[in-house]
Structure formats: C-alpha cells, structure tokens
Ligand binder design. Structure first.
Ligand SMILES: [Mg+2]
Length: 179
C-alpha cells in the first residue's frame, strides 16, 4: 500500500554528524560519520516504502560524497540542494523544488514532514511553507530557541531512531482520516 507520509530531510546534523566532517580546500566535505542510528533509520524508512527527499543546504559534491560513503544514495527519491536551487532554507524555493521533483500538489502538503536540526532554516521553512516540521535536537551545535513563532517544531525527537515510530504514527493517522 502506498504510504501517506512523505519525508523531506535535512542532512547536516540530521543524518550526518557535522562535528566529524572533513573538508577539502574548496570546502567540499570528503567524509563524515552518521549520527548514531541515522543510517539504520533512513534505510528502515526506505525499506518500509516511505518516499524520502533530501532538502539540504550545501554543495552538491559534499552530499554525493557522504551518501555514497554510507550507502544511502539510492534511498533518496530526489535531491534538492541549495547549490543547485540558488537559495538556502528557509526559502520556499527549496521546498517548491522538492514538491515539483516528486510531482506533488498543494493537496499533498498534509502528507509531508520536514525533518531537520535547524529551527531557523528547517522548522521556519517548513512551517511557512505549510508542511509539518520535525526537530531532531540530537546535535547541540546550534540553539533551538524560537526567534519567531514559526520556528517552533510540530514534533521533537531526540534520536534519529525515534523517527520511525513517529512516521508510522502519522501515517496511520492519515490512513484513519481516509476511512
Ligand atoms: Mg542541518
């Protein structure tokens, strides 16, 4: 059965531990570790049939290096990267590009969750765009204080592994609404 929930996800400090990044002279990330549990959870969500879309700020080459390194490249139904879009989150253009890549319409917005660690980029961008926001507060690199009301996440998880149960619950809720 087709899944109701579509996952948009950030990468840095959401799947990859930014504290372990090694960059070359041009700023491209060559390698970095995954946050514990993030790789397994991403694969598990993919295996369960949830569409996963990368919505990330940074350099295209960095994300290819990292996803290839961890065997996660095939997981993504689309890659939306700020270097190519020309704007960073919270720009709506990032989310619009992701919607277009997946052939989604406004009616699908209730199906989409944006998972990220940055309240001013991921939460603000998602909330303004009209999709639900999930904050992973695993990394303490950035503050989580809401500067604006739209910086507040709809859901908070502390470890990547918590995402699977949350997605399953939200998917079941939408399924019940259909019935
Ligand atoms: Mg991030």
């Amino acid at each position: 059965m087709e899944k109701n929930i579509i996952i948009f996800t950030d990468i840095g400090d959401t799947i990859i531990d930014e504290g372990t990044e090694e960059r070359d002279r041009t700023g491209v990330v060559q390698r970095a570790q995954c946050i514990p549990g993030a790789r397994e959870t991403t694969l598990k969500l993919h295996d369960a049939g949830y569409p996963i879309v990368m919505v990330a700020d940074g350099l295209t080459k960095s994300f290819h290096n990292l996803m290839d390194l961890h065997g996660l490249s095939p997981v993504f139904a689309a890659w939306v990267i700020s270097e190519e879009v020309g704007e960073d989150k919270p720009s709506a253009k990032m989310f619009e590009t992701a919607m277009q890549a997946m052939h989604l319409t406004d009616a699908d917005k209730k199906r989409i969750i944006m998972v990220g660690n940055n309240v001013k980029r991921d939460m603000r961008g998602a909330n303004r765009f009209g999709i639900r926001s999930v904050l992973l507060d695993w990394s303490k690199r950035r503050p989580f204080d809401a500067e604006l009301p739209e910086d507040r996440p709809d859901y908070v998880i502390h470890n990547p592994s918590e995402l699977f149960d949350l997605v399953e619950r939200l998917n079941a809720e939408l399924e019940a609404e259909k019935a």
